[in-house]
Design a protein around this ligand. Structure first.
Ligand SMILES: NC(=O)c1ccc[n+]([C@@H]2O[C@H](COP(=O)([O-])OP(=O)(O)OC[C@H]3O[C@@H](n4cnc5c(N)ncnc54)[C@H](O)[C@@H]3O)[C@@H](O)[C@H]2O)c1
Length: 273
């Protein structure tokens, strides 16, 4: 028996949205998928609605009739300020406000490690670590995390803010040996945030069961998230391919990695993912 009648996924055409589209299907009678980009045609249990997240009226339409929201649509990395403002900050506000107006009770939000990117590796962080963003991208994640807190305290909308570390098919470099999140573990984490009896306003790090870690999830056992994958399975291959770096390089010193050494996005070359 599906848990939800209609579950909305924003950013559904993206790398993680496509994994959630697959993995969350059993949870809902209907998955409503939205993005401004095209995606694979809808299956029988799906409906697709194109939407620009900066357009409040369009967001109101896609949110109407849904039971919960998995909000992954946003600028996915450091981008020019105008794009961060429109897609991530305004888009985040539009999703929360549309949820309030339509009576939605729970949102799972794709935050990021870059909300605390200027923490030092050896100090580490837990889910109470204050915001310490390394980019305008990270600032946008802090903004929506705080918005989620406001909308919980004032309006009772529960949120899980997933500080996703590095969610890719496999670890690409030495930093990823600590920050990797597998696609299957991502799906499990989102599912736990959707079905747990109470989440209030929860911050959780999106990491697999890696031996190395910069972050601790020890305060969020209430989610019942038990990652199954580990970057350790890739250590030999990664270490053979990538040499150790300089520990005083900002890209290694801070948990945010290379973005800590990246300048203002309106002046730097665009980052291609
Ligand atoms: N992949 C990771 O390791 C990682 C790490 C931390 C956080 N995240 C977060 O997870 C989410 C998904 O990331 P991803 O890796 O799948 O990136 P992605 O770029 O593949 O997906 C983002 C999607 O959002 C859509 N989008 C962006 N702006 C929009 C707008 N204004 N209106 C409508 N749609 C818009 C894009 O079209 C895209 O399909 C993002 O919020 C990202 O910040 C990802």
């Amino acid at each position: 028996m599906p848990r939800f009648n209609r579950l909305l996924i924003t950013g559904a055409a993206g790398n993680l949205g496509r994994e959630l589209r697959r993995g969350l299907a059993p949870l809902a009678t209907t998955l409503r998928l939205t993005d401004r980009d095209a995606m694979e045609p809808a299956a029988a249990h799906e409906e697709i609605m194109a939407c620009e997240l900066g357009d409040f009226d369009a967001v109101m339409q896609v949110v109407e009739g849904c039971d919960a929201i998995v909000h992954f649509g946003a600028a996915p990395v450091e981008r020019p300020w105008a794009e961060i403002l429109e897609s991530s900050i305004k888009g985040g506000y539009n999703v929360y406000e549309a949820a309030r107006r339509h009576g939605i009770r729970r949102i799972v939000y794709a935050s990021s490690i870059h909300a605390v990117g200027y923490e030092r590796r050896e100090v580490g962080a837990d889910t109470d670590t204050p915001h310490n963003p390394d980019t305008l991208y990270g600032v946008s994640k802090c903004f929506v995390e705080d918005l989620a807190k406001l909308y919980f305290n004032k309006f009772g909308i529960e949120s899980a803010c997933l500080r996703i570390n590095s969610c890719f098919p496999k670890p690409a470099d030495r930093r990823h040996l600590a920050t990797w999140l597998s696609f299957d573990d991502l799906v499990q984490l989102v599912e736990r945030c959707l079905v747990s009896e109470r989440i209030g306003h929860t911050v959780v790090y999106g990491i697999s069961d890696n031996r190395e870690a910069f972050f601790s999830n020890h305060k969020v056992a209430h989610l019942g998230y038990q990652p199954k994958d580990s970057a350790e399975d890739y250590r030999a291959e990664v270490e053979a391919r990538v040499g150790p770096g300089d520990p005083f390089d900002p890209a290694i010193e801070f948990v945010g990695g290379f973005l800590c050494a990246y300048g203002h996005p309106d002046e730097e070359e665009r980052i291609e993912l």
